[in-house]
Each structure stands twice: as structure tokens, then as C-alpha cells.
Design a protein around this ligand. Structure first.
Ligand code: GDP
Length: 849
């Protein structure tokens, strides 16, 4: 296939038109408009003519940008046969797009730019190396095709989807191009309307190219390659890859200019909970390096295999100009959504209220819960062992009430933090002789934040110090308006000691519940929440589940978080075996695969296989999420250390039950400030083991044991490695101690105190020594070790240290008011007469939180 030789000595209008890929008629039109008189395509075209054309086009369409650069795109298409996965041969349309951007440096270059439509710069003799260039292009193209083929071979069905979208776009584009060609005379363009001119182009100089992109051929699979990125202008080149550079005017009205023709394509990118950098890049059809670059700009160093959490990934996607959509790919949980019975609401029946008791320490929460339980719980058969399962229900003549008996707002908040809403009503215990205290206020705030109504139990009414009016006043000032003052909160005087008023309290709770119109389906698969969970030596994982709707039966398959299992045994709060539990009823179940997390949602799944599948999926997901989050935390830490001063107290927390673990994490991490931070590297339920100590060693953490102890090996290891283990059984003790530790870590506060004032009376410039000022101490003292601020007209112009302080010829430590002295300052020699020097010292003061 011989290449047709081209005349290169002088360009004709036709040749230039073909170079520019516009029909000669259009070019002639433009030349005429530019004042260059050419009539027929055979007319010769000088460099001068070209530059005049360029000037004209610029005047007509030039934007600020367009004045300085020209972007030319060119597209080659060819066909390749290749075997696909099934072994069948397929014709693949390969489209090679080339883009060149010429930047104008000075007006003289404009000519070059105009002429350099195709050949790289060297426009004065545009075609000396034409052949070589073409060969090279051919070669590049072939290599690109090869690379593309290999890539195509590798990409699996995921890729297919993407291509189909492209194919559609290609079709659309082909149609567009067809509509636009021949280009209307008014549409000035240097970009070829491709369909029509591809042919011309080929006839003119590329007879070898095998295929012309016909309209129907667009329907075939199209692979696109971005050509050499000749010009580096314009941000994200990568973004356009796989998208389409528009090279044809899409409508007659559109005036294409010299501006870069690539239009960034905005796509919807599905971002799962975790995604690797590589995969994210793949989804955006950019190189991983581009993603890494963006991450770097965001201050994160990442590798291609690094897993990003959803939030970070979404930021990257948005940064790169696409739309991020949180996606759940291959998520079997979709199954759950489908399986969810919608009719459940239809047969909803009233259900008992679930109550949490909150209040200040020692105001009688535990006593009240115990009293109610002792006297009201369906008086268990004689000898029935009451056991603590984290919740119990009482039956009163007016109805059933369920109490969560982990009092305190930590557990309540920790649950809420997990998104669980287990509580319908909060009973706020306030000791009548003590009144509203800090934790009372916190409890009020928590209840308010959760939009849960309050019933106040004004406790210890049996004491004669009791002052109910004072309590009500205090409640009022904190936004709790007692009913008798026209508010919404009943205030019930009670005594947990004598039992006085407790019945009334229960009644008030039920009245509040009536207002709330609590309802739940009964004849439906159970849904609920994990109240508490632990590992029992004999029985394995046990969990207290609060059924919130439906009915939980023995033998049901339960799924909670990444844990599942068949309910083997079900006990109520009296340790009595039950067969079923309806809405608002707590039960302790056995048979789960692992210890679930408190506050986790629980549901019954019909199919055990499905439950396992979802649990496994969640395990993987949780691991990934956890890992991604941990990693993020590390980076954060790294950043802070980099910034300088943030100190970190790292903790490993082990607790007896999930509830106290959550409560501790919550309470302790909250202690952090801008300067000191509490990080929990690990938290779990159970004794402190060797691996906990190892982790503490690795992360230089302190171990906190809450109602748990270290086993012998762990103890030994901790001793030998100097790891601190601290035991607590009251959360507030732990909080107070950690607070103290943090105070010790706070950088001492720096306080300045001004100790003297000095005036400059005379300035000597001594060649080898520098500026020495003859001064007079107006006030206080000037000390050699102090610092000074130079004030000129009461404006601080310098702050720094004193270099030397002299009385006559002698170095001195200090000079008092009323004396003269000689001074020079470190790294400041611009002292002038009348300058004043404010002398100050910096004191360090220890701080507490
Ligand atoms: P909590 O910290 O809120 O759980 O408070 P507790 O239930 O542990 O009670 C703290 C102290 O107050 C205990 O010594 C109880 O005996 C006492 N107490 C609780 N309720 C009453 C009450 O109604 N009357 C009297 N006199 N003492 C009470």
C-alpha cells in the first residue's frame, strides 16, 4: 500500500482545508471573510494568508483562552478482528483520537500555530518529515491498538456494561455528526465534521487507512484510545478518556472556537462502603495515579491497593468532577429490604412502653429499679432466681411496662449513637433533698436530643430534707416544665426505700405511653435491638434482645450485625424458659454464632443460608470498614503530629458487658480537646489477654479493665513491658482518672508578663558588632534573659530576644528603672531613636482540663 506522495512546496487551499479537516468551500468562505482573496480550492495559500485567516478567526471567536491556544483533534478509525472470550471472532472498531494543543507565545508564533494544523511545530517547512511522522503515527496507532486489544482481552464482563454505554454514545455522536455535515457555511471551525471529512481526509493523504467510520459501524463495539496528549493544557485529561472529545459542531448554531474541544464528562460513580484506590480509578476510567494525585492534594498519601472509606472515596469522585453516589454493590441485604413485610403496619396493635431510668449518681436509680422489680415483676414462682439480663417487664393493673435496667445516660447515648431507638420514655430520677445536679442536666439534654418524653421521679421523699418545690423550680429552669405548672412532664414524688408513690409513677408512665400511641405488629417475624450481650462460659454467646415488633419464637433464625444463629433457648428476666416473646418484651437468647454488639438491630430471617450469607458479607464489610476507618484515624494522627502539638492518649478498653464498653468509649473519647485527644485502638468484652497487651505495646496504649481482670500471662507481659493496666468498676472513676492523665499531658500554658519599659536614646552602628542602642530604663527592669517587643509609635515592629545588655563596658544581667544601659537585639538591627522596648518574660503554667 503505497503512500501517495504529497506536494509540499506550496500549500493550496484544498490541501490546507484537508489538513484542517474542513470542506474547501468552508475554508474559502472563511478566507474571503478574512479578506484573503481566494476563489478556487487550487489557489495557493501563503503563510501570510494563513496568519490573516487566523487573526480573523480569533477576532470573531476568540476568547481570552482561545487567543493563546489552538486545539486540534483528529481521529483515526480502523478495524481489528479479535477473538472474544467465547472464541468467536468479532470486528472491533478502533478509534484513535489525537489531540494537539498549540500555545501561542508571541504574535510571531501565531503563524506557526495556524500552519501547524497537523505537523508538529516546524511549520515553516511543514512537511519535511511528513512521511516519517506519518509512519510514526502509524506505529503509535498500532501500538495503541495492540495495547487496547490486550486491555480488552483482560477486561471482563464488568467492562462490557461500560462499553455499551459508550456504544450508545457513539451512535448518538455518529448521528450528530451526520446531521452536522457538511458543515453549514456559517459554522467556522477548524475541527472536522468527521463523517464527511473522514473520507476526504483519507483520500487526500491516508489511503491506507482501512476503515471509514460509517454511521452503522458505530453500532459495532468501539474502543477509544486517547492519542498522544500533545499539549498539557487543561486539568484532568484523564477525565475525558472513555468519554468523547467533541470534534464536530453538534448544531448549526454552535460556533466552535479554538478552545479545547474536550468536554469533561460527568458521570455517576457508585461508591460502596469501601473501595480500593485502583478500583475507584477504574470506575472513573482514569489512571490510579490520578486518584492518588487527588488524594495527595487532600493530604492523604495512598497506594493503589489502599482501601478508602466511602466518605473519602466520594470526596475524590467529586474532586474529579464526577457525581458520587453511595452504592451497595452485590449487597445481599437488598434481600432483606425485599423481604420486609410492608403489611406489618396494617395489623399493628398497642405495645407496652420501654423505659430507661436516668439521673444523677446516688439519686436512687438502681434502688428504684430494684424496688419496682422486686415488688412488681410477675412475682416469680417461689425461689425463682431473678437474674440480670439488662431489662425486665412489669405487669400492672393498667398495663405492662418494660424497664431497661442499665441506668444512666451513657448506655442510653451509646445505644442511640448506634442508631437504635430502644427507649420510649425516660424516667428522670431526682433526689428531692438534692435537686437538679450536673448529670440530671445531662440526662435532660439527652432525653431532649432523642425527643423522648420525661417522667420525673422525685425520689427520697421519705427523707425530711426533701424539698419538692425547690426541685420543681430547678427543673423549670432547665426546661422541664412540671404538669402542675402547665407543662408536659409529670413530677411524681416517690421513695425507692418505702415504695411510696411508685404505683403512681407506673401509672404516669402508662399515661404518657397512651399519648404516644405506641403500636407494633404482633403476628410478624420479630425485629428488635440487642440490649446486652456477653460470652457465657457454659452457654456460649448470650444476648438480651428487646423485641420491638413481631414475635420472636424459639427456633427462629436471628440476624444481628454480622452475627446470626438459631434461637436455641429463650429465658425471661426470671430465668424462666419462654417459647415466644412479643413486642416490648426482653428475652435472653442462646444460639448465636458470636457475641453481638449492644444497640445492634436484630431481625428474624426466614432462611438460615441467607442469614449466614448476609452475616458473612457484613463481616467482610465490617472488617473493611473498620480497617479503612483505622487507617484514616492513623493518617489523621499523623497529620496532627505533623502539625506539631496535639498529644494523644491511646487506650485499650476491656469491659464486662458491651453496654459498659460502649459507655466507656463514649465517655472517655469525649474528654479530648483541641490539644489532647483520646483514641481507643481496641475495645472488647471479656478479660484482658496477652493479645490486648501486645496491642497496647504496639500502639503505646494504656489498658482499661472495667469489671474485668487480666489473666496471668497478660499480667506478666504487661509487667515486663511496662504496660499500664488500670481497673475500674465505676465509669466516673475511670473518667476522672483519665481526665487527670490528660491534664498532665496538656502543654503548660504560656503566660506573658511585662517586666519593664526601655527607651532608645541613641543608636550606634558599629561595623563589626552591628546596631547598639543607648537606652534608658523608664520602668521596671530589663533582664538579659527576657524578650522584647520593639514599639515604634506604639506599633509592634519586632519581637525577639536580647543579644547583649551592658552597663558601660560590662555585661550585666539586669538593669533597673532610672538607669542607662546599652542593648543590642538578636536578628534586628533597625533600632531608631525614640523606639520603645517592652520587656517581657514568658512563664509556663501547668493546666488542667
Ligand atoms: P444510683 O446511683 O442513682 O443508682 O443510686 P442508688 O440507687 O445506688 O442509691 C444511692 C443511695 O441512696 C443508696 O444508699 C440508697 O439506699 C439511697 N436511696 C435510694 N433511694 C432512696 C430513697 O427513696 N430514700 C432514701 N432514704 N434513700 C434512698
Amino acid at each position: 500500500t503505497a503512500r501517495r506522495p504529497r506536494k509540499v512546496a506550496q500549500t493550496s487551499v484544498a490541501q490546507f482545508a484537508s489538513e484542517l479537516k474542513v470542506p474547501p468551500s468552508v475554508l474559502l468562505e472563511q478566507l474571503r471573510a478574512a479578506g484573503v482573496d481566494k476563489r478556487v480550492p487550487e489557489d495557493p495559500l501563503s503563510e501570510h494568508d494563513k496568519s490573516r485567516l487566523l487573526e480573523y478567526l480569533r477576532r470573531m471567536h476568540g476568547s481570552a483562552d482561545a487567543k493563546n491556544k489552538i486545539t486540534l483533534t483528529r481521529k483515526h478509525t480502523s478495524e481489528i478482528k479479535k477473538a472474544d472470550a467465547t472464541g468467536k471472532y468479532r470486528t472491533v472498531q478502533v478509534e484513535v483520537r489525537k489531540k494537539r494543543v498549540f500555545v501561542k507565545r508571541d504574535p510571531a508564533d501565531a503563524t506557526a500555530a495556524a500552519a501547524a494544523a497537523d505537523a508538529p511545530p516546524a511549520p515553516a517547512a511543514p512537511s519535511i518529515n511528513e512521511k516519517e511522522l506519518e509512519l510514526r503515527e502509524e506505529e503509535t496507532r498500532r501500538q495503541q491498538q495492540l495495547a487496547e486489544l490486550q486491555a480488552a482481552e483482560l477486561k471482563d464482563k464488568q467492562e462490557r456494561e461500560r462499553k455499551e454505554v459508550e456504544q450508545k454514545q457513539a451512535e448518538q455522536k455518529a448521528a450528530e455528526a451526520a446531521a452536522a455535515a457538511p458543515a453549514p457555511a456559517g459554522a467556522t471551525t477548524l475541527h472536522a465534521p468527521k463523517t464527511a471529512d473522514a473520507k476526504t481526509d483519507k483520500k487526500a493523504k491516508k489511503p491506507k487507512t482501512t476503515t471509514v467510520l460509517r454511521d452503522d459501524s458505530a453500532r459495532r463495539r468501539t474502543i477509544k484510545t486517547r492519542g498522544d496528549a500533545g499539549g498539557g493544557i487543561g486539568g484532568w485529561h484523564g477525565r475525558g478518556r472513555g468519554g468523547h472529545h467533541r470534534s464536530a459542531p453538534s448544531s448549526a448554531g454552535e460556533q466552535t472556537t479554538f478552545a479545547q474541544p474536550s468536554e469533561p464528562q460527568v458521570r455517576d460513580i457508585g461508591v460502596p462502603e469501601t473501595i480500593s484506590v485502583g478500583e475507584l480509578a477504574h470506575r472513573m476510567s482514569v489512571k490510579a495515579a490520578e486518584v492518588i494525585k487527588v488524594l495527595m492534594k487532600l493530604g492523604t498519601m495512598a497506594t493503589i491497593n489502599q482501601v478508602l472509606d466511602q466518605e473519602t472515596a466520594m470526596i475524590v469522585v467529586e474532586e474529579m468532577g464526577h457525581k458520587a453516589k453511595p452504592a451497595k454493590l452485590d449487597d445481599p441485604e437488598a434481600y432483606l429490604a425485599e423481604a420486609e413485610p410492608e403489611a406489618a403496619a396494617a395489623d399493628a396493635k398497642p405495645r407496652p412502653p420501654v423505659v430507661t431510668v436516668m439521673g444523677h449518681v446516688d439519686h436512687g436509680k438502681t434502688s428504684l429499679l430494684d424496688y419496682i422489680r422486686r415488688t412488681k415483676v410477675a412475682a416469680g414462682e417461689a425461689g425463682g432466681i431473678t437474674q440480670h439480663i439488662g431489662a425486665y417487664h412489669v405487669e400492672t393493673p393498667r398495663g405492662v411496662i418494660t424497664f431497661l435496667d442499665t441506668p444512666g445516660h451513657e448506655a442510653f447515648t451509646a445505644m442511640r449513637a448506634r442508631g437504635a431507638k430502644a427507649t420510649d420514655i425516660v424516667v428522670l430520677v431526682v433526689a428531692a433533698e438534692d435537686g437538679v445536679m450536673p448529670q440530671t442536666i445531662e440526662a435532660i439534654n439527652h432525653a431532649k436530643a432523642a425527643k423522648v418524653p420525661l417522667v420525673v421521679a422525685m425520689n427520697k421523699m421519705d427523707k425530711h430534707e426533701a424539698n419538692p418545690d425547690k426541685v420543681k423550680q430547678e427543673l423549670l429552669t432547665h426546661g422541664v416544665v412540671p404538669e402542675e405548672y402547665g407543662g408536659e412532664s409529670p413530677v411524681v414524688p416517690v421513695s425507692a426505700k418505702t415504695g411510696q408513690g411508685v404505683d403512681n409513677l407506673l401509672e404516669q408512665i402508662l399515661l404518657q405511653a397512651e399519648v404516644l400511641e405506641l403500636k407494633a405488629a404482633v403476628d410478624a417475624p420479630a425485629r428488635g435491638v440487642v440490649i446486652e450481650a456477653r460470652l457465657d462460659k457454659g452457654r456460649g454467646p448470650v444476648a438480651t434482645l428487646l423485641v420491638q415488633s413481631g414475635t420472636l419464637n424459639r427456633g427462629d433464625i436471628v440476624l444481628t450485625g454480622a452475627v446470626y444463629g438459631r434461637v436455641r433457648a429463650m429465658l425471661d428476666e426470671n430465668g424462666k424458659t419462654v417459647q415466644a416473646a412479643g413486642p416490648s418484651i426482653p428475652v435472653e437468647v442462646q444460639g448465636l454464632s458470636e457475641v453481638p454488639s449492644a444497640g445492634e438491630d436484630m431481625m428474624v430471617v426466614a432462611d438460615e443460608r441467607k442469614a449466614r450469607e448476609i452475616a458473612l458479607f457484613r463481616q467482610g464489610k465490617f472488617r473493611d470498614v473498620k480497617f479503612a476507618k483505622q487507617h484514616a484515624a492513623k493518617l489523621e494522627l499523623f497529620g496532627q503530629i505533623g502539625e506539631g502539638d496535639k498529644k494523644v492518649l491511646t487506650l485499650v478498653i476491656k469491659a464486662d458487658v458491651q453496654g459498659s464498653q460502649e459507655a466507656l468509649i463514649h465517655a472517655l473519647t469525649r474528654l479530648g480537646t483541641d490539644e489532647v485527644k483520646v483514641t481507643v485502638v481496641h475495645a472488647g468484652v471479656g478479660g484482658i489477654t496477652e493479645s490486648d497487651v501486645n496491642l497496647a505495646m504496639a500502639s503505646r496504649a494504656v489498658i482499661i479493665g472495667f469489671n474485668t481482670r487480666a489473666d496471668a500471662t497478660a499480667r506478666k507481659l504487661a509487667e515486663s513491658s511496662g504496660i499500664q493496666i488500670r481497673y475500674y468498676n465505676i465509669i466516673y472513676e475511670a473518667v476522672d482518672e483519665i481526665k487527670a492523665a490528660l491534664s498532665g499531658m496538656l502543654a503548660p500554658e504560656r503566660k506573658e508578663s511585662v517586666i519593664g519599659m526601655v527607651e532608645v536614646r541613641q543608636v550606634f552602628r558599629i561595623s563589626k558588632i552591628g546596631t547598639v542602642a543607648g537606652c534608658y530604663v523608664l520602668d521596671g527592669t530589663v533582664k538579659r534573659s527576657a524578650q522584647v517587643r520593639v514599639l515604634r509609635d506604639n506599633v509592634v515592629i519586632h519581637t525577639g530576644e536580647i543579644d547583649s545588655l551592658k552597663r558601660f563596658k560590662d555585661d550585666v544581667r539586669e538593669v533597673k528603672a532610672g538607669f542607662e544601659c546599652g542593648m543590642s537585639l538578636k536578628s534586628f538591627s533597625d533600632l531608631k531613636e525614640k523606639d520603645q522596648l517592652e520587656v517581657f518574660e514568658v512563664l509556663e503554667v501547668a493546666r488542667t482540663l
